[in-house]
Design a protein. Structure first.
Length: 256
């Protein structure tokens, strides 16, 4: 009996050791397979992360290059407008026109005519500007390359603002103090001639802060600027916002 019991215990212990060895071998093999499977996954994830980072960096660099290119194009056209503004505000005939009152005599009417001819020459030099005019406060006269009128007629019949009353237009546009100031794009004009315009304003005489005697107003169609930004907008399916020096958004292009 004693011997048989000893043999039973030995057999049981051997069986347990054999099962333990088999489990140990299985776990070792399983771990080996898992390691073999995980290595390419880890390598692929590392490569994917790196490729994604490089692609994002390349896209950002490409976007910045397009934005810089668009900025240079828009700035060059605005510089063109500022040059015309400087030529008009420094014109030798302008001071006399700003001081003239109503009614005008023959000499003053001749000065108006010759000044309008000069304005036409400036207008012909730029396809970027839709139109512009000079407001003379003392005589309530508006001169453009093609017409001479009063501020009330200009507002009611030609270049009225959808979101401004005539009184607001006088206060904010004609009588205000401006230095290279912009009004955000809005509807300007009447009837079929109404268009979305960006408005540029400059006080006359140039640099006057206490007692403005007039204003130079330039109008630029929104599509003139938006057209310069089409490429970057279409490429990125986004929106570009243009701000003035004070941070005010004056125009946007692309998806809203």
């Amino acid at each position: 009996m004693g011997r048989n019991e000893g043999m039973g215990k030995l057999t049981t212990t051997s069986a347990k050791n054999e099962r333990s060895n088999r489990v140990s071998v299985f776990v070792t093999l399983l771990m080996s397979y898992l390691v073999i499977l995980l290595i390419p996954v880890i390598v692929f994830w590392g490569l994917y992360t790196q490729i994604e980072r490089i692609m994002i960096e390349n896209a950002n660099n490409s976007n910045m290059a397009l934005i810089e290119q668009a900025k240079q194009v828009v700035d060059s056209r605005l510089d063109e407008m500022h040059l015309i503004s400087r030529n008009i505000t420094s014109h030798p005939r302008l001071d006399a026109l700003l001081k003239a009152s109503s009614p005008q005599n023959g000499t003053e009417n001749y000065n108006y005519y010759t000044f309008m001819q000069e304005m036409q020459r400036y207008r012909n030099s730029s396809s970027f500007i839709t139109d512009f005019y000079v407001y003379l406060r003392e005589s309530d006269t508006v001169l453009s390359p093609s017409l001479k009128t009063t501020s009330s007629v200009l507002f009611s019949d030609i270049y009225g603002y959808e979101k401004l009353t005539f009184q607001q237009y006088q206060t904010d546009v004609l009588h205000g103090v401006h230095f290279n100031r912009y009004l955000p794009v809005t509807e300007v004009g009447k009837g079929l001639n109404q268009k979305r315009m960006l408005t540029y304003m400059q006080t006359l005489p140039f640099g006057e802060k206490a007692n403005p005697k007039g204003a130079l107003v330039m109008l630029i169609e929104e599509r003139q600027i938006a057209g310069l930004l089409d490429e970057i907008v279409k490429t990125n399916h986004g929106t570009i916002y243009i701000k003035d020096a004070s941070g005010q958004v004056i125009l946007s292009a692309g998806e809203s």
